[in-house]
Structure formats: structure tokens, C-alpha cells
Design a binder for this molecule. Structure first.
Ligand code: NAP
Length: 271
């Protein structure tokens, strides 16, 4: 019997998830149907429950419902709990399980596709919204020697790392705190690139040979990536690989089989 999955968000028409999961299913010989559901701003829980009653097995969750998904789940992975956001729900006999695959998607893309080691590296994350929250624990677990979260509104960055307590190498604040520090990996988790805005970073942030990673995808060379390249970043990359890898991790959670990311990434880049 065909198992049903969906992505729920608002807006949702732009979502690439149906295409990604159709490709994973074809590759892995899995009989699934994956659709996109537009939920009204105040109707997320109703939309999820209706889909579940209709036989749905799980959903991906996107903007603006990742916190609502955390509240809806009965059980959570540690990475979802620490992120305080859920992007994947799995329905089973024990209720609703909530996970967050965004961070592992980012780490997989940086380490496996780009070939950049995170272990022992100095990492800077710009932004303190949902995307930044999802990547802190996976970056720490990947062995970052230091992890700085810098945000336009400094208090949000400080609040973001509060659940981790005092931890060597983990700091948060505004862009001004970056001073003369340099980093091996600089990740733009702000939404500034969506409106083609740059970020007020001090010069010297990008260490020689560093990676500049913009989570935004489909925008070509963003101002952030252009500035990074001009300031000496050796490798500049957008967030398409993170998108594909987080989707693959959701697929693995639901179906128990990990798709091969590389051919799907190649297909998406070509498209
Ligand atoms: P969000 O919760 O709305 O947070 C937005 C963040 O961007 C906040 O930290 C905000 O700072 C900052 N910001 C917005 N405009 C800015 C500007 N002009 N200058 C400096 N900072 C600015 O959004 P989100 O869910 O975290 O998503 C962030 C980005 O990541 C989006 O572009 C999204 O498309 C992308 N994303 C990609 C993937 C992927 O798989 N590749 C996954 C998730 C998200 P304040 O706190 O000061 O407002």
C-alpha cells in the first residue's frame, strides 16, 4: 500500500520537498506519495491531525510552523529539544515523534559533499532565528573547537545558547563582538540574502582557506557570498546541499533507508 507523507507550511507552493522525496522514493524503491499542504496561520495542528487521520505517516514542517510542531509532538529527539523547533514529524502507535534534521543536513553537506572538516575548526553562525537554532547542537557534536553565534539583535543570540549552559568555546552576541576574530567556517543563517542584503561584518572574519556558507538557496551569488569571496573565503556555497541532506535524513527517519544524496543534488543543481 502506498504510504502518504507531506510538507506543511505557509506559503508552500515554492517547496522543493515533494520533488526531493519523489526522487528518494524512486531511487530506494519505496512506495510513497508526498504532497504539499498549505495550512492557515492558525490551523497547523488541525492540518496535521487531518492528514494523520487520512492515513498519513509523517510530515515535514516549514516556516512558520516549526515551533508549533515542537508543541504538537508527544516525544522529541534531543536535537529537536535543544533546537526548540521541529521540521519532521513521524506518526506511530505511540503518538507523534518530532525531530529536527536541519542541523545534520548542514553538517552532512559541509563535511561529506564539500569535504570541509568541522572537527577542531572555528565556526561562526550569523543569525539567531529558527535555522540557527537547529544547527548549534550538530555543529558542537561535529567537534567545532569554538562556535560563535552573532545576530543583529544580540539578545536573541544570547537566548539561543542559554540551554547549553556555560560551555568552553560557545559564545553569543552582536556583530560588534566579532572584532578581529577570524573563522574557518562562516555560516549565514540570517534571511538577509532573501532580499539581497549584505551583513555588517568586520574585515578579517574569513580566515585564509575558509568556507563561507549561505543557507539561502536559489538566489545565485548572494551579497554575503560575494563579500566573503572578496574578503578571502576560499570556498563559497549556498544552502541547496543542506536542503537536500535534511530531506534525506527525514526520509531515513520515516523509511529506515538512507538515500544516496549525490545524484539528487546533481539533479537539483542541473534544474
Ligand atoms: P527567521 O527565524 O525569520 O530568522 C531570521 C534571522 O535573520 C534573524 O536572526 C534576523 O535577525 C536575521 N536577519 C533578517 N534580516 C537581516 C538583516 N537585514 N541583517 C541582519 N540580520 C537579519 O528565519 P530562519 O527560519 O532562521 O531562516 C533563515 C534563513 O535560512 C532563510 O533564508 C531560510 O531560507 C534559510 N534556511 C535554509 C535551510 C536549508 O535547508 N538550506 C533551512 C532552514 C532555513 P533579528 O533577530 O535581529 O531579526
Amino acid at each position: 500500500m502506498t504510504d502518504r507523507y507531506a510538507v506543511i507550511g505557509n506559503p508552500i507552493a515554492h517547496s522543493l520537498s515533494p520533488r526531493l522525496h519523489a526522487e528518494f522514493a524512486r531511487q530506494c524503491g519505496q512506495d510513497i506519495r508526498y504532497e504539499a499542504i498549505l495550512a492557515p496561520a492558525d490551523g497547523f495542528a488541525d492540518a496535521v491531525q487531518a492528514f494523520r487521520r487520512a492515513g498519513g505517516k509523517g510530515v515535514n514542517v516549514t516556516v512558520p510552523f516549526k515551533v508549533a510542531a515542537l508543541e504538537l509532538a508527544d516525544r522529541h529527539s534531543e536535537r529537536a529539544r535543544m533546537a526548540r523547533a521541529v521540521n519532521t514529524l513521524k506518526f506511530d502507535d505511540d503518538g507523534i515523534f518530532g525531530d529536527n534534521t536541519d542541523g545534520v543536513g548542514l553538517v552532512t553537506d559541509i563535511r561529506d559533499r564539500l569535504g570541509v572538516d568541522i572537527d577542531g575548526r572555528r565556526v561562526l553562525v550569523l543569525g539567531a532565528g529558527g535555522a540557527a537554532r537547529g544547527v548549534v547542537l550538530p555543529l558542537l557534536e561535529a567537534g567545532a573547537s569554538s562556535l560563535i553565534i552573532a545576530n543583529r539583535t544580540p539578545e536573541r543570540a544570547v537566548e539561543l545558547i542559554a540551554p547549553y549552559g556555560v560551555r568552553a568555546g560557545l559564545h553569543a552576541g552582536g556583530f560588534g563582538m566579532l572584532g578581529k576574530h577570524e573563522f574557518d567556517i562562516v555560516i549565514n543563517a540570517t534571511s538577509a540574502s532573501l532580499s539581497d542584503q549584505g551583513l555588517p561584518l568586520p574585515s578579517g572574519v574569513f580566515a585564509a582557506g575558509s568556507l563561507a556558507y549561505d543557507m539561502v538557496y536559489g538566489k545565485g551569488t548572494t551579497r554575503f557570498l560575494a563579500d566573503a569571496s572578496a574578503q578571502g573565503a576560499a570556498l563559497c556555497c549556498d544552502g541547496l546541499g543542506m536542503l537536500v541532506a535534511q530531506a534525506a535524513e527525514s526520509f531515513r527517519l520515516w523509511r529506515g533507508v538512507m538515500p544516496d544524496i549525490a545524484p539528487v543534488m546533481a539533479m537539483m543543481q542541473h534544474a
